[in-house]
Design a protein around this ligand. Sequence first.
Ligand code: NDP
Length: 450
Amino acid sequence: MNSYLDKVLKATEENNVHEPEFLQAVKEVLTTVEPVVNSHNEEYKNIALLERMVEPERIISFRVPWVNDNGQVIVNRGYRVQFSSLIGPYKGGLRFHPSVNQSIMKFLAFEQIFKNALTGLPIGGAKGGSDFDPKGKSDNEIMKFCQSFMTELYRHIGQDVDVPAGDIGVGSREIGYLFGQYKRICNAYEGGVLTGKDVYYGGSLARKEATGYGLLFFTREMLAAHGQNLQGKIVTISGSGNVAIYACEKATVMGAKVVAMSDSNGCIYDENGIDLDLVKQIKEVQRGRLKEYLQKHPNAKYLENTNEDSPVWTIKTDIALPCATQNELTLNSAKKLVENGVLAIAEGANMPCTQEATDYLLKKGVLIGPAKAANAGGVATSAIEMSQNSMRFYYTFEEVESKLEQIMINIFKSCSSAADKYGCSGNYVAGANIAAFQKLAKSMRAQGIV
Ligand code: NDP
């Protein structure tokens, strides 16, 4: 390996020993951009370009105290990692999940920088959240938590500074409570300070659908480049949240048959095709468990999680769409998918494949739509929401969707041509990293040592 790259990787490992997810994300990017680094070695070394790229501009961590419905005081930890403002205001979602820690926040923020660069829109990279667990909480508890979280976060964000959005555990309900508190504290209607708002007070039509729909636009382009299409294909999806639901919707519209979805307890397999209206009712309205699907469809199967290898990947499929969480698709699962003849995997979740799984799938010739590229439709539409807020104007659903589609087509082209140019045609994991890295490296050189 290039000695400069190797030195930066080793130093990053030493400086972040307890942050495995962050190191995994950095390692994937740095190893794939080696050909670009080789051709600019001295120049990058002289300005410590890689060292600055892997060090967040700022990490904010704070206490979030709140009172539950029983009158008990609970203390959670909040984070905002403002990783890079190179090409625009910090931008990235908020995750509320008990697994949240600094490593997960940093990996997500790091990935976000590259993803946002690929969209072609002026947005930097950030991520935030809390180890708060929304499961089983009342509406009142969710509101109180969101208000306390924003009471600290507000001083670090702004529509030209840092613009959070949703992620796992943060949907339009949470964004509404966060926005209300921000507005109350700041005494200003800054519509563009948060995205993922409901459409009746400043949100964008098609934002809710954007990540899942964008994933399918990307998948369509990737398949077409290899003489394939979605018509009649069997699709399995992990997760049953925002990304998974709208990926399922678009895959079905494009002529595929989705036969499985999951949540953190297990997966449902319905060989007749998933009843998405029912999944929406269970997940979006009742906030229930996917197992309840069987009450209406007793002939469907439910496979409970027993270990880290999710049963959803044991089901025979042409296209797998991991849309739940990081490292959910292990080497064992990858082997099972290949054994069952999988053609393509497109990542709706961030870093859902372990590094070993990615390496194996690429070696076996499976097409991979990497998260940075394939799920960038969500943040791209958030940027479209920001521009509508600035213009005090709404686009129609069709206008937003057609912009999203064009952005996803352009992202695929960037990944594909970068891969071709650097001798790894068809490897879109490398292509996405290289295309984004080149843009960021150029911006870093232009802006001096900051
Ligand atoms: P949601 O909270 O709406 O849904 C998350 C889904 O994943 C749920 O079905 C949840 O199951 C499942 N899940 C969460 N954690 C685990 C786990 N540890 N093991 C198994 N299943 C799990 O989140 P989103 O759909 O918004 O996000 C899903 C993924 O997509 C995340 O990786 C996120 O970073 C990424 N993403 C999201 C974007 C967006 O616009 N929302 C944009 C780009 C990427 P359960 O209900 O049981 O918790």
